[in-house]
Structures are given as structure tokens and as C-alpha cells.
Design a protein around this ligand. Structure first.
Ligand code: ADE
Length: 229
């Protein structure tokens, strides 16, 4: 079974139209939609926004639905001049940019006392996502680090910092916590995001303008992946 998490209604509505629904279950104020999506047994769920919602959701997928894989799809702010709305960023690893125990000598983003700095995505799932991009994507795709924090980034200084400190390609608000839950439970995962804005001062306006294009792109990549699994 593949657990598929989107944070917002907009990010899962196409998936909910497409899934051949077998049953629904409610937990932690989330609706888990179980069925077959593009040939694969799947549970599609809207987690809600932010790291706590996403972590709770991922843990339920592991504990109560026996997820073999978890895929997080949705939109993100692009970091870097050549990443534009509509482009896809596939994470090969994720870091939580708002974790800060530097006072104890830790690197920013390091979760204290955990034996890893970043959370690495499944190579198998990354390759499948890349293959789907080759086949189905008109815009560009990138592979690299996505950073996560409980913050909608709309600030040039902050983006520069995310780039300099973490060498990040995109920022969003859930992927890194889903990644941590998957790491703790040894469940393979991947995060696929399409860019809705450039996390700058106009980010909230670009976000409204491009979010549906971006959602469509990330859903198309997911579709390509599932059809090829
Ligand atoms: N998701 C989409 N755009 C974002 C941004 N600029 N910051 C955080 N999450 C986002």
C-alpha cells in the first residue's frame, strides 16, 4: 500500500476524484481514503498544513494502514533564479530549516541527538519520479534538497539564507517532518513538489496565481510514477 499525503484540499482534490474508493476512515481529524489509484493500492489523505499535522498523518499511515511507501506531493516555494513556477523539484533529501539548537553547538537544521542530519529519500522512488518527469513534464525538473519549516517563506533574505545554509532548491511546510517519521519507521518515501512561487516578497500573490498549475504538475508526475510501479 502506498500512502499519499497532500497538505491542502487543493493538493489532493484531483487524487480524490481519481481514486477508486473502497473505504474511508477518520483519524486525528483527517480523512484516510483507501482504494486503488492508477493501478496501485493507495491511501490518499489531506494532512493539513505544517510539520505536526504532517507527522501525525505519516505515523497513522504507518501504524494503521501499513504503508509500504509514503509519497508526499504538492507545491513549494522555489529557491534559485532558474527555478520557476510549474517546475518540479524531487527531493533526494530533506532538512527541517527551523530546527535550531545552535546554542549547544549543533548545526542549524540538525535534530538534536538524532544520528542523521538530513532525511534521504528512497532511490527507487526518486528514480521513478525522474522517469515520470522525463515522460510527462513540459517544464523543468530538479533533484536536490527540499527544506521544511513551519513558515510560509516570503522574504528575500530568508531565501538567501536557505540557499547559503542548506543549499536548498525549494521550501515547504511538511516534507521534512514526513521524512523524519519515515526515517524513524524505516519506511521508504519521496517528496515531489511543484513550484508555485519564488518565496520572495510577491510569493503570496504568485502562489494564488500558480498553485493550480503547480498542483497539476505534481499530480501528473505522481500518476506517471504509479502507472510504472
Ligand atoms: N509552499 C508553497 N510556497 C511556499 C513558500 N513560499 N514557503 C513555504 N511553503 C510554501
Amino acid at each position: 500500500m502506498i500512502g499519499i499525503i497532500g497538505a491542502m484540499d487543493e493538493e489532493v482534490e484531483i487524487l480524490l476524484k481519481e481514486i477508486e474508493l473502497e473505504r474511508k476512515e477518520n483519524k486525528a481529524m483527517m480523512e484516510f481514503n483507501c482504494g486503488t489509484l492508477w493501478g496501485q493500492k493507495a491511501v490518499v489523505v489531506r494532512s493539513g498544513i505544517g510539520k505536526v499535522n504532517a507527522a501525525v498523518c505519516a505515523q497513522i499511515l504507518v501504524d494503521d494502514f501499513n504503508a509500504d511507501y509514503i509519497i508526499n506531493v504538492g507545491i513549494a516555494g522555489g529557491i534559485g533564479e532558474n527555478i520557476n513556477p510549474g517546475d518540479i523539484v524531487i527531493a533526494d533529501n530533506l532538512v527541517q530549516h527551523d530546527m535550531d539548537t545552535a546554542a549547544f553547538g549543533d548545526k542549524l537544521g540538525q535534530i538534536p541527538r538524532l544520528d542523521t542530519f538530513d532525511f534521504k529519500c528512497s532511490t527507487e522512488l526518486v528514480e521513478k519520479a525522474q522517469a515520470a518527469c522525463k515522460k510527462h513534464l513540459a517544464s523543468k525538473s530538479f533533484l536536490g534538497r527540499i527544506v521544511t519549516g513551519d513558515q510560509f517563506v516570503a522574504d528575500l533574505t530568508k531565501i538567501k539564507w536557505l540557499k547559503d545554509e542548506f543549499d536548498a532548491l525549494a521550501c515547504e511546510m511538511e516534507g521534512g517532518s514526513i521524512a523524519q517519521v519515515c526515517y524513524l519507521n524505516n519506511v521508504p518515501f519521496v517528496v515531489i513538489r511543484s513550484i508555485s512561487d519564488n518565496a520572495n516578497t510577491g510569493a503570496h500573490m504568485d502562489y494564488e496565481k500558480f498553485k493550480y498549475i503547480a498542483v497539476n504538475n505534481s499530480v501528473n508526475i505522481l500518476r506517471g510514477m504509479l502507472e510504472n510501479m
